[in-house]
Design a protein around this ligand. Structure first.
Ligand code: ADP
Length: 258
């Protein structure tokens, strides 16, 4: 049986609209709800608005109109509520955003530093923190690489460190912006399946932007299809019809994305 908390969306966008300072519309007014324990894929071609929407969910891109409401913090507007929400949000990026000259373990520990006030993060992290970081590396199958420099790891391994760093934060939400765009198809599906498995095991909702339709179909509970900054589809992967795909990608691009 669902409890009250899981019936309340973790995040709601209310008429959220993003116009960039140069006048480009990044997102047309969107009303979306993100629930616990749901893997949501933002799908669409380059320039569709996936990254804009994803980043708006923790106000990395400011709202021009409308707002983002978070279950625990209300409308994101005050500096305090944004900081708390970001601390509970694990971000995974296309280019990993790892520090190459640091070890995998040190990079994962960086995820923990963000959990403390600045004065506290000056001090070395405790043995307990290091054990937790190792445990996170273990979950992505990289414990034996803990002391390897990140720039000596493969692209897929680096992204697994990125996942470990995100979960080391003990987030209540994961946002992944094109996490496999720089990986080959076999590594991509391994990384995405791993991300899905960990989020499901921990009950963490994830919002993942992808441009590959097949990957979206394999890992999503829900797909939000975007085109020209507009939400064109919101439903289960099985409900994504050919005509909707055509609408999202256009006839020609569809061939490249499948
Ligand atoms: P996607 O992630 O689907 O590739 P984006 O969200 O990056 O799409 O981009 C949506 C639209 O907003 C595009 O037209 C893009 O050129 C524009 N855009 C994205 N970021 C900026 C920015 N910082 N300044 C101006 N325009 C931007």
């Amino acid at each position: 049986m669902l409890d009250q908390q899981s019936l309340t969306p973790l995040i709601m966008t209310e008429d959220l609209k993003i116009i960039y300072p140069n006048g480009v519309v990044g997102l047309k007014p969107a009303n979306l709800e993100i629930y616990d324990n749901q893997i949501t894929v933002l799908l669409g071609p380059s320039g569709a608005g996936k990254s804009t929407l994803l980043r708006a969910l923790n106000l990395l891109v400011p709202a021009t109109n409308g707002c983002v409401r978070v279950r625990d913090h209300g409308v994101l507007s005050r500096r305090g509520s944004i900081r708390l929400h970001r601390r509970q949000t694990g971000m995974i990026f296309q280019q990993h955003h790892l520090i190459g000259r640091l070890t995998a373990l040190e990079n994962v520990l960086m995820g923990r530093i963000g959990q403390y006030p600045i004065w506290r993060s000056i001090f070395p992290l405790s043995e307990e923190e290091r054990r937790w970081a190792l445990e996170c590396l273990n979950r992505v199958g990289l414990q034996e690489k803990a002391l390897s420099r990140c720039d000596a790891l493969s692209g897929g391994q680096q992204q697994r460190v990125g996942i470990a760093r995100a979960i080391a934060q003990r987030p209540n939400l994961v946002l992944a912006d094109e996490p496999v765009a720089s990986l080959d198809p076999a590594s991509s599906i391994r990384v995405l399946s791993l991300l899905r498995r960990i989020c499901k095991e921990d009950g963490i909702p994830a919002v993942i932007s992808l441009h590959q339709l097949e990957f979206a179909r394999q890992i999503a509970d829900r797909i939000i299809g975007l085109g020209s900054g507009e939400v064109l589809f919101d439903g289960k992967p099985a409900e994504l019809s050919d005509s909707v795909i055509k609408q999202i990608y256009g006839e020609i691009e569809r061939m490249d994305t499948m």
